[in-house]
Design a protein around this ligand. Structure first.
Ligand code: NAD
Length: 270
């Protein structure tokens, strides 16, 4: 018999996960927007929590929607694995574990790219997983479709920081490219050729985020996840500089630019 898996929160991440899991399992979904039955979620073999964690007023990720879901599952004595896929504020999992001791909590952060979310969900680069050993074994079976993914078993805290560090690295690459583009404009070099020189190296590998003239980093996740690291650890110097370059790039990006190869391009969020 097919396992029955619950998905809570049907935004970009929840929809992509449903699209993937539907190939292999029976799925049941629940969202506070729309007509869904909470009772159906309680009759599943595991649930995946995919609700939003926006940037809060203190610059840290606001996990109150995750909390609402865990509260409800705990009140209803849910006994199966609860797999959190939302991006979390550092330290959230330890607090959740003591607040909801009866829940079998795992953290499996999602790394998909929103513009091609289905493809990334079906074919992830890695599965990062933290939780009790027997729960990890059980939940990894549900990810067996991801044959080529690297499995990284970790503790809660390293999974939290690992997810954020990945987005902060993307932010750093974008700001690096924008810094070089800015320097090129000051000293009369062609930023396209300069970044071609940087990217043509086996240590650099992918040209992703190393193309000039694409504007500041943006979107739903990279800015808020980078801010979470900065505000959790206010002494960090590099990520503050990454943010400062992004602000300057955004400020300078209001006018469409004529790039050296003659193509007019609007500055866009990467
Ligand atoms: N969008 C991405 O590209 C992406 C990539 C990786 C990780 N993430 C992370 O995944 C999480 C979800 O992101 P998203 O973009 O899918 O968010 P989203 O805002 O698109 O969707 C969240 C959904 O959760 C629902 N929801 C909120 N509270 C609920 C509750 N108590 N019960 C049931 N449903 C509830 C909302 O109605 C909404 O439909 C965030 O933590 C985000 O940082 C997002």
């Amino acid at each position: 018999m097919k396992a029955k898996l619950g998905i809570i929160g049907l935004g970009s991440v929840g929809k992509a996960l449903k699209h993937t899991l539907d190939w292999f399992y029976e799925t049941v979904v629940y969202d506070i927007v729309g007509e869904y039955r909470w009772q159906d979620i309680l009759n599943t073999d595991a649930v995946f929590v995919c609700v939003q964690t926006p940037e809060g007023a203190d610059g840290r990720l606001d996990c109150s929607h995750v909390d609402e879901v865990l509260e409800r599952l705990s009140e209803d004595n849910y006994t199966k694995p609860v797999v959190i896929r939302s991006t979390l504020r550092i330290g959230y999992m330890d607090k959740a574990k003591s607040k909801y001791p009866s829940l079998r909590l795992l953290y499996v952060p999602e790394f998909l790219r929103e513009r091609s979310s289905f493809q990334w969900s079906v074919c992830p680069d890695r599965i990062v997983i933290a939780g009790a050993d027997e729960d990890v074994e059980e939940v990894l079976r549900y990810f067996s479709f991801a044959e080529d993914a690297q499995i990284i078993r970790t503790d809660y805290r390293s999974a939290e920081v690992g997810k954020l560090a990945h987005n902060a690295f993307i932010a750093t690459k974008v700001s690096f490219t924008n810094e070089i583009e800015w320097i090129c404009s000051k000293v009369g070099a062609d930023a396209n050729l300069v970044m071609e020189v940087v990217a043509a190296d086996r240590r650099v590998k992918s040209k992703e985020h190393l193309r000039p003239f694409l504007g500041p980093y943006g979107g739903k996740c990279v800015p808020k996840d980078t801010a979470e690291l900065i505000n959790a650890c206010p002494d960090c110097i590099l990520l503050k500089a990454v943010e400062a370059v992004n602000h300057r790039t955004r400020k300078n990006a209001t006018e469409p630019k004529l790039v050296p190869n003659g193509v007019n391009c609007e500055a866009t969020a990467r």
